[in-house]
Design a protein around this ligand. Structure first.
Ligand code: ADP
Ligand code: MG
Length: 359
């Protein structure tokens, strides 16, 4: 006999599970772009081109010149938790790739129509495969096509089956601005890679960087001359040792390099580009302590680009599926170190170009 008033427990169907998980990774076009950029970089690309239609709501594509995908792996490409980057949980401690969860393509193919074109350099022709809900569509399955070396992902009709999500998106202009903002951050942190982004049908890209340009020049291209000429270089290396009063000595080490604006720079809003072990992340705690450090010397908002490297076993990037946040050990000490260094930089002899041009 079953008590009628108590709700029964059932296991959710695979399809429902996929939809729920996908919604966590992909909330708007820029999330799909981020995942595809990470994949392109993990594939060793030196050039990445993005084309967007209606802010990515109608279509977005990411083309790279990386190592491509083997034909035999195409059936697995969009399966959840299928990855070439991770083999055991312990691998997470010294991971050199941006991805590892094998979730991005599964999610994208769940919430949009995904088409993949890939050609490893050794292959004579490319292959084009449409995916739907994690599965390579058969028929037609892979069809040969002309292609350059590398991989292109075409994402059509994001949230085609989820009206609620579609309605929650901003205008095409807003979504496009988010994409350009993200791409600027990637471009600055990877001067060794060329990036371009344009709207479909337009000839001129809205963002265009050339592989091998200096980070400073990329900042000029992305954020303009007034930011670029106010930059102070930062390089911090902390083999530091802090005595923990309660127990034994707690050691931490990190390097941080990049650029910060001098006290003459007056931006309308603070710009913080923080990269931790290769991941562009948001670190509110660091932003606050940097802003506070600035505030004692200048009443304006800073531009900060910091590339922070920590020992792999002291960082956890596996906090959230989007990897937007990371957790690391000795956070408080490290933040103090960085903001102290920033303060002494701002106090010290002025080295930026805007001062030189005044003097
Ligand atoms: P993850 O990046 O966490 O491994 P994804 O779902 O993003 O998971 O990608 C699954 C796999 O597809 C990757 O592990 C990689 O082997 C392959 N892949 C994805 N994008 C590319 C690309 N642009 N070039 C080559 N291989 C790719
Ligand atoms: Mg990935």
């Amino acid at each position: 006999h079953v008590e009628p008033s108590i709700p029964r427990i059932v296991s959710l169907g695979e399809d429902v599970i996929q939809q729920i998980a996908a919604g966590e990774v992909i909330q708007r076009p820029v999330n799909a772009i981020k995942e595809l950029l990470d994949n392109a970089l993990d594939a060793g690309s030196s050039q990445i081109n993005i084309v967007v239609k209606e802010g990515g709501k109608k279509m977005l594509s990411v083309q790279d010149n990386g190592h491509g995908i083997q034909k035999e792996d195409l059936p697995l490409l969009c399966k959840r938790h299928a990855t070439s980057k991770l083999r055991s949980f312990e691998d997470l401690d010294n991971l050199s790739t941006l991805g590892f969860r094998g979730e991005a393509l599964a999610s994208i193919s769940t919430v949009a129509h995904l088409t993949v074109i890939t050609k490893p350099p050794a292959a004579v022709a490319g292959l084009k495969i449409p995916y739907n809900r994690n599965t390579a569509l058969e028929p037609p399955g892979p069809s040969p096509c002309a292609a350059q070396n590398g991989t292109t992902f075409i994402v059509d009709d994001l949230f085609y089956s989820n009206e609620q999500r579609r309605k929650a998106l901003g205008s095409a202009a807003e979504e496009y601005a988010r994409i350009l903002d993200l791409l600027g951050r990637y471009a600055i942190s990877r001067p060794d890679v060329g990036f371009s982004c344009k709207k479909q049908g337009e000839r001129r890209p809205d963002l265009h960087t050339v592989a091998g340009t200096s980070a400073q020049d990329i900042i000029r291209v992305v954020y303009g001359a007034s930011v670029a000429q106010s930059l102070l270089p930062v390089h911090l290396e902390e083999p530091g040792e802090k005595m923990d009063t309660s127990t034994a000595a707690a050691t931490f080490s990190f390097t941080a390099s990049g650029f910060v604006s001098c006290t003459h720079y007056s931006g309308r809003k603070g710009i913080f580009i923080i990269r931790i072990n290769g991941h562009i992340v948001q670190c509110k705690a660091l932003e606050h302590s940097l802003e506070a450090a600035y505030y004692s010397y200048a009443r304006n908002k800073p531009f900060v680009y910091l590339d922070i490297k920590l020992p792999g076993d002291q960082v956890d990037v596996n906090v959230h599926p989007t990897k937007h946040e990371v957790v690391f050990l000795h956070q408080e000490e490290i933040l103090t170190c960085i903001s102290d260094a920033l303060e002494s930089l701002l106090q010290g002899p002025i080295q930026c170009h805007c001062m030189r041009s005044i003097a």
